[in-house]
Write a protein that binds this ligand. Structure first.
Ligand code: HEM
Length: 463
């Protein structure tokens, strides 16, 4: 197959970081070990191109669905038949409680309605100055460092997005919350890994047997910080900012008139803190990595920034004039989708691609596989932002690219995340070019989200 090289003007495309693909089927023991270490490393070659694959683990049947029309059926057309899985709950609820990510049916609808206005276009325009202010703070911090030294860009991006979520959603910029969450996320992903008992949906106590980990405890400090935030609001309700927290506290049920309980508010707050920062930070981290490997793409990005912004701080209304910047981030999320796996349980029997899906079966929709499916993407391993050029994007199948999911459970923060990623990228890229530290091992690791296993040591070079 001949491939036009859009990005690198004939230069050989660099080999991009990816996990090793198993040559032979894994034994159960190997499978469990690899799964806990990096779920993306369990996939063999055929998983990338098959429309649908079935995996049986004792009595548990799991279908990996990797075909756009079938994904549309599950996430949109017949979404009512598919709930989040028990395993998602086991991974998320010890820390997050039952918030918007894991609730179902009427509770989910009510909470989504309450929270939606905090994510609408007008609100996001209002958040933009906070986003750029925090990006500028990051640049100023780099300005004061000795030049030529490496830093962990993954950690720097997390720090920035965490401050942004804290300020925009909860009007709180307290460093103690940011500190607590930073340490918590690291430990949570290290400790909360699925075991065989979880895959088989055996009782939770059984899956915890022999484990020294108590993920709930990671959040004790965080809960105290949220309590302090709530108590401050109660003491002085008149001067409450009109933010997401105020919305959660004020929300009343249309039918009963009752408000959210303290625990419900807490669960939503933790959910937004967690869902709202790490994924965007990862999207940016992988974008910096890809730019560092593709100088021609980087040069084109710089040219766009120069022409549109000319060194000035970006404003939200300018984002529409930065199509290439958006294309770069979109292509980065194709290759490294921060939410690498979506899973569902069939509540009733169904048929997908001619296969009978029994009630109780698990469905895995894996953007990591879908976005690299050679039947959907030409030369899928190559970083080529031109795939997302408006004329080409229009002819692409809508359900072949789902970094934010799709259907009613689509990411509530998608527009927020895109604005945030673009504002941080443009602010930083106007001042710095990031070079990967020579010899640094980059390895994508699929835990709850898609992180670089060793972080991302890069050297910021002033432009
Ligand atoms: C690049 C950044 C982001 C990515 C890749 C991402 C990805 C996703 C995906 C794939 C889902 C759907 C999961 C499923 O269907 O099983 C989702 C849901 C969700 N996301 Fe995001 N997200 C990002 C940023 C954000 C931000 C910034 C926020 C909040 C400020 C957020 C909050 C949520 C919430 C609350 C849900 C659950 C929505 C529901 O079920 O109604 N996300 N996200």
């Amino acid at each position: 197959m001949s491939v036009t090289n859009h990005g690198e003007a004939g230069a050989a495309a660099p080999r991009l970081a990816k996990p090793r693909v198993p040559e032979r089927p894994l034994s159960l023991l190997q499978f469990m070990r690899v799964l806990r270490d990096n779920s993306l490393a369990t996939y063999r070659h055929e998983a990338y191109s098959a429309d649908i694959l079935e995996r049986r683990l004792f009595w548990k049947r799991t279908f990996f669905v990797n075909e756009p029309s079938a994904i549309k059926h599950i996430l949109l057309d017949n979404a009512a038949n598919y709930h989040k899985t028990e395993i998602t709950r086991r991974l998320l609820e010890p820390g997050l409680g039952r918030g918007l990510l894991t609730s179902e049916d009427e509770t989910w609808r009510r909470h989504r309605r309450i929270m939606a206005p905090a994510f609408d276009h007008r609100s996001i325009v209002g958040y933009a100055p906070i986003m750029t202010e925090i990006a500028e703070r990051l640049v100023a911090e780099w300005d004061s460092r000795p030049q030529g030294t490496a830093l962990d860009v993954a950690a720097a991006m997390m720090h920035a997005t965490l401050h942004i979520i804290s300020r925009t959603m909860f009007s709180s910029d307290s460093d103690d919350i940011v500190d607590i969450v930073e340490k918590g996320v690291e430990r949570y992903q290290a400790e909360v890994r699925p075991g065989l008992a979880d895959l088989l949906e055996l009782p939770v106590w059984l899956s915890r047997l022999g484990s020294a980990h108590h993920p709930e405890r990671i959040f004790t400090e965080f809960d105290r910080a949220i309590d302090r935030l709530l108590a401050a609001r109660e003491r002085d309700p008149a001067s409450q900012p009109k933010d997401l927290l105020a919305r959660l506290i004020a929300a009343r049920d249309e039918e009963t008139g009752g408000g959210m309980s303290a625990e419900e508010v807490r669960n939503q707050v933790v959910t937004i803190f967690m869902a709202g920062h790490e994924t965007t930070a990862q999207a940016l981290t992988w974008t910096w990595y890809l730019l560092s490997q593709h100088p021609a793409v980087e040069a084109k990005l710089h040219a766009e920034l120069g022409a549109v912004l000319g060194g000035r701080t970006p404003r939200h209304e300018q984002l529409g004039q930065l199509p290439y910047t958006r294309m770069v981030i979109e292509e980065a999320m194709r290759l490294y989708p921060p939410a690498h796996t979506l899973s569902r349980t069939a509540m009733g029997e169904d048929e997908v691609l001619g296969r009978r899906i029994p009630k109780g079966a698990q469905i895995m929709i894996v953007p990591w596989l879908l976005h690299r499916n050679p039947r959907l993407w030409q030369d899928p391993e190559r970083f080529d932002p031109e795939r997302f050029a408006p004329d080409r994007a229009a002819s692409r199948l809508r359900f072949a690219y789902i970094p934010f999911g799709a259907g009613p459970r689509i990411c509530i923060g998608a527009a927020f995340a895109m604005a945030e990623a673009m504002l941080i990228l443009t602010t930083v890229a106007q001042r710095y070019r990031l070079r990967l530290k020579p010899g640094f091992p980059v390895e994508p690791q699929g835990l709850i989200t898609l992180r670089p296993r060793h972080g991302m040591q890069m050297i910021p070079e002033r432009r």
